[in-house]
Ligand binder design. Structure first.
Ligand SMILES: Cc1ncc(COP(=O)(O)O)c(C=O)c1O
Length: 401
């Protein structure tokens, strides 16, 4: 059996048709297949590789840490230098009330931790989340995601969860003195990139403060410059009580985090002691990699160019078969008539060396979320391949603008 056959047989599958590309090397914005074929990466491992693949400073940090120590002890017991250094940097980049970092292994675990934190801090049990939001696939996180198709097969899920519509002012009446937390993405990514209205967000913040509910913002996909600001919530006038981090947080290594005020976070230390525990959360190699990646992101000032790159993409993605383009920085959804059309375009792009994908709750939308380090030349190249694919699949013709 070749690798592909072994993959299909012995590596558990999550869909009947995985992309099954066999990549042997990844650098910057490029992936290289076993056959030497190169792919320009428009999805960055789903918003993970914000500074590109295998940045030499990240690889060096991983090597250096691996030579010192790997796993030492369960989370929170030892003073592990990479965790300390990364927590210091992260909290210096966040509002002062977000000053304590609980490191996890994944985004979903950060969501779980936030739900537990909110229950303990407020003594309340109800959680409000949003239709078409995504927060992870574990049972707690699954309970709050906003799509019945994905939830239903796994019931019973957590009780006390209410779903509201993003940007709906009616939501404010749902938040009451039973509400432990309101959890939302700062941009709804998997819905196909929907942004919150500023006034609505501000009203939501006020209502949470009035009732004592925690406002938790999920920055797992939007964090680390993806939207053109370091954190997606910076586009609004609000400071959340807690943020969820993941994906780009680990610089290509597995890492998640819940960040909140130390006074809140301290509830995990008593009644019960060890109120939230993990063996591997905040692995020293992941923290060393994440720290190096964040330093690279800041040193290279990638954020400053995000908006002009977004504008370049938007100006080139003109085609009669495109029904809508929604974006916030380099998180972009290109809507087509239906999933079948989108999937054919995606396959055509991959065939021609451009890697893209669709969105979980918007299968008719094509995903553009490249490394923020993508160059303008690469953007032009990507848009040419993409518009050619749209023409080939739909039969409609259009020239990039
Ligand atoms: C907004 C958001 N929240 C949470 C998660 C879950 O993160 P993980 O897959 O690391 O559990 C994701 C993953 O796609 C996400 O996009």
């Amino acid at each position: 059996m070749n690798h592909r056959q072994v993959f299909l047989r012995h590596v558990a599958q999550t869909s009947p048709a995985p992309l099954a590309l066999e990549i042997v090397k990844a650098r910057g914005t490029w992936l290289e297949g076993k056959d030497g074929k190169k792919y320009l990466d428009l999805i960055a491992g789903i918003s993970v590789c914000n500074i590109g693949h295998c940045h030499p400073q990240v690889v060096k940090a991983i090597r250096k840490q691996a030579e010192k120590y790997l796993h030492l002890m369960v989370y929170g017991e030892f003073v592990e230098q990479p965790q300390v250094a990364y927590a210091k940097l992260l909290t210096s980049l966040l509002p002062v009330t977000l000053n304590s970092v609980y490191f996890t292994n994944s985004g979903a675990e950060a969501t779980e931790a936030a739900m537990k934190l909110a229950k303990r801090v407020t003594g309340k049990t109800q959680i409000i989340a949003f239709n078409q939001s995504y927060h992870g696939s574990t049972q707690g996180a699954l309970s709050i995601i906003g799509d019945e198709y994905w939830r239903n097969a796994f019931r019973p899920l957590l009780p006390g969860i209410h779903h509201a519509s993003y940007n709906d002012p009616g939501l404010l009446n749902l938040i009451n003195n039973q509400t432990a937390a309101v959890i939302l993405e700062s941009v709804q990514a998997e819905r196909g990139v929907f942004t919150p209205n500023r006034e609505w967000l501000a009203a939501l913040r006020r209502r949470c403060s009035e009732t004592g509910a925690l406002l938790v913002m999920d920055e797992i996909q939007t964090g680390f410059g993806r939207t053109g600001k370091l954190w997606g919530f910076e586009w609004g006038d609000v400071v959340p009580d807690a943020v969820l981090l993941g994906k780009a947080l680990g610089g290509g290594m597995p890492l998640g985090a819940l960040v909140a005020d130390k006074q809140l976070m301290d509830v995990f230390t008593e009644n019960p002691v060890l109120g939230h525990i993990t063996t591997f959360g905040g692995h020293p190699v992941s923290c060393a990699a994440g720290l190096a990646a964040t330093e690279v992101l800041l040193e290279n000032r990638y954020l400053e160019k995000v908006q002009e790159k977004e504008i370049l993409f938007r100006s080139m993605l003109q085609h009669p078969a495109i029904e809508a383009v929604r974006s916030k920085g380099l998180l972009m959804a290109i809507a087509f008539a239906d999933f079948e059309t989108n999937k054919k375009i995606i396959d055509h792009c991959i065939e021609n060396g451009l890697l893209t994908d669709w969105f979980l709750f918007a299968p008719h939308c094509l995903r553009i979320a490249p490394p923020l380090s993508i160059t303008k030349k690469e953007i032009r190249q990507a848009c040419t391949i993409l518009t050619d694919a749209i023409t080939a699949v739909t039969g409609k013709s259009g020239q990039p603008g």
